[in-house]
Write a protein that binds this ligand. Structure first.
Ligand code: ADP
Length: 261
């Protein structure tokens, strides 16, 4: 088995486990959070009990967020793949991404005229953009620039990626670059592993890039990472490009040159 399909199998097993646990856990959380809210409403605000219970409530909410992320990681959402215009998808996510990265980071979008469309689920593509942008943000704690580029790439039959099994042809590309801390070779080797994180307890789940990997692989594409410690990182997503519709036939010239001229 090659590395990609081994990774795919591992992710599927973890996904099945995670979604089972997340589902049951979510039911329990609904009870915990529901009663906490009732108690909060009954306790006089300002007191110590109210304050402690607020902590319980906020931890409960964070847990619910984590189970939601686990469920989405294991592809338990309903997917509606469609021919998605990549530039429109980026433009549609811009204001959300801006809010996500904060004011110290400048967002620059460079839509490529040849990016075209890819067959993907709009929600999943937005998730990919969000996960990559969150990582870029976290790599630039003192600010910097986040650049989102789209374009196209022709995969030739002799390209290493084609030898790994990607069908030769045209791919739409979506890359997210940051001017952040970059990563070591060691970190780069574990990037796509579920639950691999260097962000510390309560900050990272280690599911961001594993999710990106899963989404992109199930759409028939791949992810490439280039990083230089101290300089920044570019994560590029390749998705099979949907063939552009044939251009309409040339309209007949309205004025014909006179015969024999
Ligand atoms: P999480 O963000 O929860 O840690 P990810 O799977 O998204 O999980 O990322 C795994 C790890 O990869 C991160 O903890 C970080 O060490 C590294 N990483 C990912 N993206 C970047 C980036 N743009 N710059 C530097 N390191 C990164």
């Amino acid at each position: 088995l090659d590395e990609q399909s081994r990774q795919g199998q591992k992710m599927e097993a973890i996904g099945r486990l995670a979604s089972g646990v997340a589902h049951d856990f979510n039911n329990l959380l609904t009870v915990i959070n529901g009663y906490t809210e009732i108690l909060l409403a009954e306790l006089p605000p300002g007191g110590r009990a109210h304050q402690l219970l607020r902590e319980v409530w906020s931890a409960g909410e964070r847990s619910a967020g984590l189970t939601r992320q686990l469920l989405s990681f294991s592809h338990k959402q309903v997917l509606r793949p469609q021919d998605l215009d990549l530039n429109a998808a980026v433009a549609g996510a811009e204001s959300l991404l801006r809010r996500l990265i904060g004011e110290d980071i400048q967002l620059v979008t460079l839509p490529g005229a040849d990016a075209g469309a890819a067959h993907a689920d709009a929600g999943q593509l937005q998730q990919v953009l969000m996960n990559l942008s969150i990582n870029a943000r976290d790599a630039m704690p003192t600010g910097g620039q986040l650049t989102i580029r789209t374009g196209a790439f022709d995969l030739g039959a002799d390209h290493p990626r084609a030898r790994l099994g990607a069908p030769p042809g045209r791919y739409a590309t979506l890359s997210v670059s940051d001017t952040g801390c970059g990563m070591s070779v060691e970190v780069k080797g574990h990037l796509f592993e579920p639950f691999f994180t260097t962000k510390g307890v309560g900050k990272g789940t280690g599911l961001g890039l594993a999710t990106v990997f899963g989404v992109v692989q199930s759409s028939g594409g791949w992810v490439q990472v280039e990083s230089e410690p101290g300089a920044g990182t570019t994560v590029c997503v390749y998705l099979p490009q949907v063939a552009a519709p044939a251009p309409p036939p040339e309209p007949p010239p309205s004025t014909r040159p006179p015969r024999g001229a």
